[in-house]
Design a protein around this ligand. Structure first.
Ligand code: SF4
Length: 329
């Protein structure tokens, strides 16, 4: 393992039995995540994007060990998280925090906001009561709320304000890595950019590293340094943000991007229609998992899984279009 990365994930898998519980010998398995690898450097934001059910949220939850991986490695700050005991993992959660999609469901409605933000500090034994009270007040102001909001309950806030409370709670224990799972998708568009700008400001102020999970490519573009695209439990393309958005290589990424509105009325964008629905992950297609919907499908795609490899510097893709023997075809 290299030591340059804050987080290095290798061949991470989560297979469920199609009955919904843990894998067993009789039921076919659903490969929710099927061999995902990526790294994140300190201070970087990696966006993970894909349609609902592609495995991006399951990946984020495995990093926190809210779901245990079936296989693979999660290397964080010199420790292997995949094999940590649950007790040791609880301690590690001081350094890895999560921001959830639904800011209302993730806040205890019976607790005052001050207590909600204080709780992670209590769990991790940080400071005495007066230190924690002062820190709660500071954190509320850091996320654009007021210190007197500590006495209120979550239902007294708007969706955007509740997400700010969730962010304050995540920051309370001074984490290094924040996993943000669809953190703005439940918010009005006008509020989304405020919360995204807040996350960017906090990143530079507190030297945070983000894994930013979302289905909305515009949102991911706004905040990410690099972007990975997931399809049926695998990363099919990953590159620096500008390379991915300006020169997407994978036909799935090209189709996703063709449906993102461009804010230029003069620009005529050709929309790529994908045929069919996302296949059942309990019965994925053979070969390339995207072959049933791909406008460029070739014979080889139906039987051979494309290798995920670097096609250009820092730009990885899993597609037979970039195999040497098919380049000339
Ligand atoms: Fe399409 Fe084949 Fe590439 Fe899969 S491997 S994305 S089916 S061209």
């Amino acid at each position: 393992m290299t030591t340059d990365y804050l987080l290095e994930v290798r061949d991470l898998k989560k297979h469920f039995s199609s009955g919904g519980k843990l894998i067993n010998r009789t039921a076919p398995s659903v490969k929710a995540v099927d061999g995902v690898s990526f790294s994140i450097s300190s201070g970087e934001t990696l966006g993970l994007v894909g349609e609902s059910g592609c495995g991006k949220s399951t990946t984020g939850r495995m990093l926190m060990r809210l779901i245990n991986p079936t296989a693979g490695s999660i290397h964080f700050q010199g420790k292997e998280l995949a094999s940590l005991s649950l007790n040791d993992m609880r301690l590690m959660r001081k350094d890895i925090q999560m921001i959830f999609q639904d800011p209302y469901a993730s806040l205890n409605p019976r607790q005052r906001v001050g207590r909600i933000i204080e709780e992670p500090m209590i769990v991790h034994g940080m400071g005495d009561k007066s230190y924690r009270k002062k820190r709660v007040q500071e954190l509320l102001e850091v996320v654009g709320l007021n210190s007197y909001h500590a006495k209120r309950y979550p239902h007294q806030f708007s969706g955007g304000q509740r997400q700010r409370i969730g962010i304050a709670r995540a920051l309370a224990v001074e984490p290094k890595l924040i996993i943000a799972d669809e953190p703005v998708s439940a918010l009005d568009v006008s509020i989304q950019s405020q919360v995204l700008n807040l996350l960017e400001d906090l990143q530079s102020e507190f030297d945070l590293t983000f894994l930013f999970i979302a289905h909305d490519l515009s949102v991911v573009r706004h905040i990410s340094d690099r972007v990975g695209v997931m399809y049926l439990g695998r990363i099919v393309e990953m590159a620096d943000r500008d390379a991915l958005y300006e020169e997407p290589l994978h036909p799935y990424t090209q189709a996703l991007l063709s449906s993102v509105p461009v804010p230029d009325p003069e620009y005529q964008q050709e929309q790529i229609e994908l045929s069919g629905d996302v296949p059942n992950p309990a019965d994925p297609p053979s070969g390339c998992p995207f072959h049933t919907r791909c406008p460029h499908v070739m014979d080889v795609c139906r039987s051979v899984v494309p290798e995920y490899k670097e096609e250009k510097a820092g730009h990885n893709v899993a597609c037979h279009l970039y195999d040497d023997k098919h380049m000339a075809m």
